[in-house]
Design a protein around this ligand. Structure first.
Ligand code: PHE
Length: 355
């Protein structure tokens, strides 16, 4: 067709009818917008066949022009129209397909978002923090990677001291380790206060010991350290703070028993026992029939520790305590194995969601 059009003057109306049939067939067979656009360009484009025919009109003998011209123009109009119609059809098909494909089934159940909750240790710590902050204690967050000097030496535990044996631990380098207790936070907190009074803060956080692991021991656990220093802080105040804390934390009358003990950084020192929160002191399996549970170590801050923290033992005195947070949380929530606190088992954790 292209050939005969370009080369000759011999187009007759029969050729046009044949061309129209061919074009219309191509239009109706176009199954995509792109294909259809190809047809349009092939016939109606600037170099298209119908455009060539239109140009060709001028070359015809004058008497041939009106009839042939009218026929070519009619062909162009018809093809234009049919292309538009087919395009509308293809557009509608595409829309219908996309509607069918992209429908949202609103009756499908939605994604279930599991509700999280606070970890029992976090809950217990928040409560303890809130009780102690009502007594004027602020929170000092010390570091977990500690120097041997802060963790031991500044707390009266020089190299070779037997108290180190009880805290066989994780050294990071020759002089740094994962802290074995929160007590180095006493020194850092004091130094941060630069001698200001009163000193009244707690140091909560993880501590690390290369202990055995069983129902009541874990290489990582939590402590809550407390330190109060002022002109005349007394042992009686220490007892009062611990008693108030335990009563409020457990929401019941808890008896406090202080047993003489030894810590290198307090003098005098004691272990803090509370009457068993399960049997109220009667004796049960949790307290080993003793009626009491050990929950903390405490004492009056050793004069040398005050000096190491930048305070003068001639002018001030202080008390310190260190609670085992895990123990407190276990007693409060009835958890019988410390490893549950570190297992990340959702079946366990989900039980504390609403508490
Ligand atoms: N740091 C001691 C321990 O880990 C506890 C303690 C803290 C004792 C503060 C006395 C004063 O066992």
């Amino acid at each position: 067709m292209q050939e005969s059009c370009a080369s000759g003057m011999d187009h007759d109306l029969r050729d046009l009818a044949e061309l129209e049939r061919l074009i219309l067939q191509q239009i109706s067979e176009s199954s995509t917008i792109d294909e259809l656009e190809g047809v349009r360009i092939r016939y109606l484009g600037r170099k298209g066949e119908i455009s060539a025919l239109l140009k060709h009109i001028g070359n015809l003998a004058p008497e041939q022009r009106p009839v042939f011209g009218a026929a070519v123009n009619a062909l162009r109009d018809k093809v234009t129209q049919m292309i538009a119609a087919r395009k509308a059809e293809l557009d509608r098909e595409a829309l219908e397909q996309s509607l069918a494909r992209d429908t949202i089934d609103v009756s499908l159940p939605g994604e279930v978002f599991e509700l999280g909750g606070l970890h029992p240790l976090t809950k217990a710590l928040r409560e303890i923090t809130s009780i102690l902050s009502s007594m004027g204690f602020t929170v000092y967050e010390s570091r977990e990677a500690e120097t041997d000097d802060m963790n031991f030496v500044k707390l009266n535990v020089p190299k070779g001291h037997p108290a180190r044996d009880m805290q066989e631990t994780f050294y990071l380098t020759g002089t740094t380790l994962l802290r074995t207790h929160t007590s180095p936070g006493q020194i850092r907190g004091m130094l941060a206060l630069e001698g200001k009074l009163p000193v009244r803060f707690i140091v909560p956080g993880r501590v690390y010991r290369r202990d055995q692991t069983d129902a009541s021991h874990h290489p990582v656990f939590f402590q809550v350290e407390g330190l109060a220093i002022d002109a005349d802080v007394t042992f009686k105040q220490l007892r009062g703070v611990i008693s108030a804390l335990m009563n409020r934390f457990f929401g019941q009358d808890v008896k406090i028993r202080l047993r003489p003990s030894y810590f290198p950084f307090t003098e005098p020192s004691c272990e803090v026992d509370i009457s068993c929160v399960f049997c109220k002191g009667e004796g049960c399996s949790v307290c080993g029939n003793s009626g009491y549970l050990e929950v903390a170590g405490a004492g009056m801050v050793h004069p040398q520790v005050l000096i190491n923290g930048g305070y003068d033992p001639e002018e001030v005195s202080g008390f310190a305590f260190g609670f085992g947070l895990d123990r407190l949380a276990m007693l409060k929530y009835g958890i019988d194995d410390i490893r549950l606190l570190y297992g990340n088992d959702k079946r366990f954790l989900s039980q504390f969601r609403g508490l």
